[in-house]
Design a protein around this ligand. Structure first.
Ligand SMILES: NC(=O)c1ccc[n+]([C@@H]2O[C@H](COP(=O)([O-])OP(=O)(O)OC[C@H]3O[C@@H](n4cnc5c(N)ncnc54)[C@H](O)[C@@H]3O)[C@@H](O)[C@H]2O)c1
Ligand SMILES: Nc1ncnc2c1ncn2[C@@H]1O[C@H](COP(=O)(O)OP(=O)(O)OP(=O)(O)O)[C@@H](O)[C@H]1O
Length: 531
């Protein structure tokens, strides 16, 4: 069919109701015949009805007219589809001829350096009349990596044995890494590599972290669980040993200094602080923190550092010790090795929490941020009403929690309250935020684990029947009134805790010994067997 042919219009009836048919070519002769028969039927119907003609004849003529009309519409549809197909075919032929002409004119490839200084071979392409490079070939290196750019990197255009570019090239695509609206080249290299257009996982980014002293540690801060005789005895022994054997400066809490001095005036050398300002500058003076207690003492130590945290060596003097892998009775042996280094470290991520009151003008107008090592809990407190919490993740609605509350936990905290509420246990080195409901009044509310880069907002809606309460590592309860919100994201400053063996062995040992995880008597061999 010729491309110049005008496609048939769908409805060409004249004012008297008869169809005016456009001339058609051979392909439509069938359709023409149908239209003619429709015309004949129309004419028949237009003739004055003779008195006495059987009404059945009129009905029959009506039916014929309906059939003819349907046939005509089908023929028109077919004609229009064929016209469209021919138009596409014509465009394709034109494009193909154009491409062949361009390929014949193509010049040898040209090299240039990409943004990373690598040699990139760009096949020369014709310029558009205004001198701009054809859009499809423009490199988008500014925004990420383009697959076609990488594919050509290292291609040997001069090698005649290589199958022509057009056949070997894979579909072009671009990868870009964005972090809160910015691209992050760091992540691009850490997570995946991107070679020859294939995406592969790069070397594991979170290997065991090792700390090596560049100069010997000089100052140790010792934090102890209060009201424990065992801890007090160990503390005075440890202070003496660190001073006499290791010549270290010792810093303790004011309470502990008083206890030591009550014991003996020998401990005059022990330093302490007098106000919060001095606590704020501790991180710049302390090389190592030693904790004597349980997990709660590690949480306490973390809470003293609102910014960077020195390495923490947690000795176990509690009933459970998920974060305290060092046996207190072997403190000399462990500290000897730690002060020499290198130390295996678990970098424990913390969450940064902001309470934003309803009266705040913006999210920047928040109360002092609170850092948590385990979790922030938003619950119903003493209220007997269900909590009603609207949760958003990076401004996307997550869900509405109706139940006793919600736990936003770090992976270190995954073995604490979140575990008791049905959350999964997660290796502390996994970067993520656990979203665990507390007694949800819904059968389908399963806990979630969200990536570490999200910001979570928990809003107490205006129509909430009661207040909600936020608590931070089980402490500092804050009341959240309707309209108030809690915003939570991963903090910049993690807590580096020393490992006894390595991060994974310590974690597995803690869940085996602390929780007796999956402890079950092994089935005896003595019984029924598969034959
Ligand atoms: N139902 C529960 O399991 C429940 C309820 C409230 C608080 N808690 C947890 O208690 C923590 C505060 O601890 P605390 O010692 O100051 O209070 P605490 O003295 O009441 O001790 C709570 C228990 O939680 C354990 N714990 C703390 N952190 C842990 C962790 N990361 N992994 C495994 N167990 C951990 C402690 O060893 C302790 O046995 C909170 O952060 C919260 O996770 C748990
Ligand atoms: N230096 C400190 N000053 C004030 N409170 C502290 C200090 N160290 C620990 N605590 C608090 O004491 C409580 C108990 O501490 P921790 O968990 O270390 O001991 P524990 O309860 O005996 O251990 P476990 O739970 O393993 O039996 C926690 O609530 C913790 O916050």
């Amino acid at each position: 069919m010729s491309m110049k042919q005008t496609p048939m219009s769908p409805n060409k009836h004249t004012s008297n109701g008869s169809a005016s048919v456009l001339p058609l070519e051979n392909a439509f002769s069938d359709s023409l015949a149908m239209l003619n028969s429709e015309k004949a039927v129309e004419e028949l119907i237009q003739q004055p009805i003779l008195h006495g003609i059987d009404e059945h004849l009129i009905e029959f003529a009506e039916a014929l007219r309906t059939v003819a009309k349907a046939l005509r519409q089908a023929a028109e549809g077919k004609a229009s589809a064929q016209a469209e197909a021919s138009e596409w075919k014509r465009k394709y032929e034109l494009e193909r001829t154009h491409n062949l002409q361009l390929e014949n004119k193509a010049m040898p490839s040209e090299k240039h350096l990409d943004e990373n200084g690598r040699v990139v071979h760009l096949t020369n392409k014709p310029l558009l009349s205004d001198g701009a490079v054809e859009k499809s070939d423009r490199c988008c290196g500014e925004h990420g990596i383009c697959s076609h750019q990488v594919l050509r990197d290292g291609e040997h255009d001069h090698d005649a044995s290589v199958v022509p570019n057009k056949m070997t090239r894979k579909a072009s695509f671009k990868l870009s890494w964005c972090c809160k609206g910015e691209k992050s080249d760091q992540k691009k290299h850490d997570i995946v590599s991107f070679e020859k257009g294939n995406i592969t996982t790069a070397e594991r980014s979170s290997k065991q972290i090792s700390l090596k002293w560049e100069s010997p540690p000089q100052t140790v801060l010792i934090l102890t669980k209060p009201n424990s005789t065992a801890v007090r005895i160990l503390c005075s022994e440890l202070v003496r040993w660190l001073k006499e054997q290791k010549s270290l400066n010792i810093v303790v809490e004011p309470r502990v200094r008083t206890e030591l001095l009550t014991e003996s005036s020998y401990y005059q050398f022990v330093q302490t602080w007098e106000n919060d300002k001095e606590i704020m500058s501790l991180h710049s003076k302390v090389d190592l923190v030693v904790t004597l207690g349980g997990d709660g003492t590690v949480l306490w130590a973390a809470s003293m550092f609102k910014g960077p945290v020195p390495p923490v060596v947690p000795f176990s003097l509690g009933s459970l010790g998920f974060m305290t892998p060092f046996y207190s009775e072997r403190y000399k042996e462990y500290l000897d090795s730690i002060l020499r280094g290198p130390i295996s470290i678990t970098l424990r991520h913390r969450l940064q929490c902001h309470v934003i009151r309803d009266s705040a003008k913006s999210d920047l107008d928040s109360e002092e941020p609170i850092l948590v090592l385990n979790e922030v809990t938003i619950d119903r407190g003493i209220s007997s009403f269900l909590t009603n919490l609207e949760c958003y993740c990076d401004n996307s609605f997550v869900t509405c929690v109706q139940g006793d509350g919600l736990i936003l936990s770090t992976t270190s905290g995954s073995t604490a309250y979140s575990l008791a509420a049905g959350g999964s246990m997660v290796h502390p080195q996994v970067p993520g935020i656990l979203f665990t409901p507390i007694c949800p009044h819904s059968l389908s509310f399963r806990p979630l684990i969200l990536p570490e880069y999200v910001t979570i907002r928990v809003q107490v809606p205006f129509n909430s029947r009661g207040h909600a309460w936020a608590s931070f590592d089980g402490k500092d309860r804050k009341k959240l009134a309707p309209g108030d919100a809690l915003v939570c994201s991963m903090a910049t400053w993690p807590v580096p805790t020393a490992c006894q063996a390595d991060s994974t062995s310590d974690f597995l040992r803690s869940i085996h010994e602390g929780l007796h995880w999956n402890l079950r008597k092994t089935q005896s061999f003595d019984g029924p067997r598969e034959t």
